[in-house]
Design a protein around this ligand. Structure first.
Ligand code: HEC
Ligand code: HEC
Length: 318
């Protein structure tokens, strides 16, 4: 574990140098606030045609299979092959653990299932529409925040965001939407559209120690190239696979059964890119997730999947 952290750290350092050399536009890099491409962002997965232009190779499972058969590499299909073709058995065990927590009774004999049905029957499909505006809380919530609120207020369970039970429940509830099409409405005026625009702006805004934006790595020309010992993917479609099984990489102090919720993934990138880390579930972190999830609109949820594995991700040039 320690060894890998060190390697990753080196990867980050070297990657950043290489990245700055490749991306640096001299003085220009210091003067603009936003990384280019913000205006071209679209709340639909096909927006990738104007970004990495690889959408046709990964738009569904058949497309991925055809691309692989034609000899294309993982990076050419934006790594969606791991999501479609290598569903994780280990992650299924975590789905089972999440299911146990879902049915775990409190002192009054109540559980999540008391309201949402045995085996989450009434939550089937709902995760494809999260994050959403919660009328009662008067704010937009991500899955982990909704779960934390239900747990605290209705069951008296202290399962806040970024804890093990919360992450297991997030995975379980998301799994109930496996195969459902992501549909986040950010076109009608209202809090969801506001959150999308705020999240998009945060994604393209340069910040932090290295004056990078999320987009510095997750849009061309950087996308799919080797950076930080990894290859960052384009931002379209990825959110349809979250939360995911993220073995063996953890952030220091993690005790989350190797589940990365989207909130945790965002924080991981902030940490590794030396940006200020947001609090998971906060309005600005939620806004970034709204932006990413809406960028997966029209794409099918695929849960549970895994971060592509060590062999192909860190050790080779695939
Ligand atoms: C006493 C009933 C009750 C219990 C128990 C309960 N919830 Fe809820 N849940 C609700 C209600 C009501 C809503 C609608 C939104 C709100 O009021 O916050 C909701 C909303 C949700 C949603 C969003 C559904 C959607 O359509 O977007 C999820 C996910 C969810 N709950 C998960 C859980 C989980 C996980 C647990 C166990 C920790 C749980 N809930 C426990 C009543 C409950
Ligand atoms: C220094 C480069 C860099 C920056 C800046 C960066 N990331 Fe990442 N990000 C990566 C790498 C490398 C990965 C791992 C490869 C991958 O999955 O794309 C990654 C992974 C991700 C993933 C998971 C993609 C997937 O398919 O599982 C998401 C989502 C993400 N980043 C969002 C963000 C957000 C939001 C920000 C800004 C807060 C950000 N990133 C900033 C390099 C970066």
């Amino acid at each position: 574990m320690k060894h890998w952290r060190k390697l990753l750290g080196m990867g980050l350092g070297l990657g950043l140098f290489a990245g700055m050399a490749a991306l640096g536009t001299g003085a220009g890099a210091q003067t603009h606030d936003y990384w280019p491409g913000r205006e071209a962002a679209r709340p639909h997965v096909s927006g990738d045609e104007g970004l990495t232009n690889t959408y046709r190779f990964w738009k569904d499972e058949d497309a991925v299979r055809r691309a692989k058969a034609a000899g294309m590499q993982s990076r050419d299909v934006n790594f969606k092959d791991f999501r479609w073709l290598e569903k994780s058995f280990d992650a299924l065990l975590l789905v089972d653990k999440g299911k146990e927590v879902f049915h775990q009774k409190n002192a009054r004999g109540e559980s999540c299932a008391s309201c949402h049905g045995t085996d989450g029957a009434k939550l089937v499909g709902t995760y494809a529409q999260l994050p959403k505006y919660n009328e009662r809380l008067k704010r937009v919530v991500v899955g982990p925040t909704q779960i934390a609120t239900c747990a605290q207020e209705r069951l008296g369970q202290n399962w806040p965001e970024n804890t093990k039970n919360n992450s297991l429940l997030d995975l379980y509830v998301a799994w109930l939407s496996d195969g459902k099409t992501v549909a986040i409405d950010v076109t009608s005026a209202g809090p969801m559209r506001d959150a999308y625009e705020k999240g998009r702006d945060l994604f393209f805004k340069r910040t932090g120690h290295f004056h990078f934006a999320c987009a510095s790595c997750h849009t061309p020309p950087t996308t799919q190239l080797f950076l930080r010992g990894q290859r960052p993917s384009g931002y379209y479609g990825d959110a349809a696979h979250y939360p995911l099984y993220h073995f063996p990489f953890r952030l220091p102090g993690d005790d989350l059964d190797d589940i990365f919720t989207m909130q945790h993934q965002i924080k991981s990138c902030q940490t590794l890119s030396r940006m200020r880390q947001g609090r998971e579930g906060s309005p600005s972190m939620t806004a970034i997730e709204v932006f990413l999830k809406a960028s997966a609109n029209g794409y099918k949820m695929s849960i549970p999947t895994q971060q592509y594995n060590m062999d192909t991700n860190y050790l080779s040039n695939r």
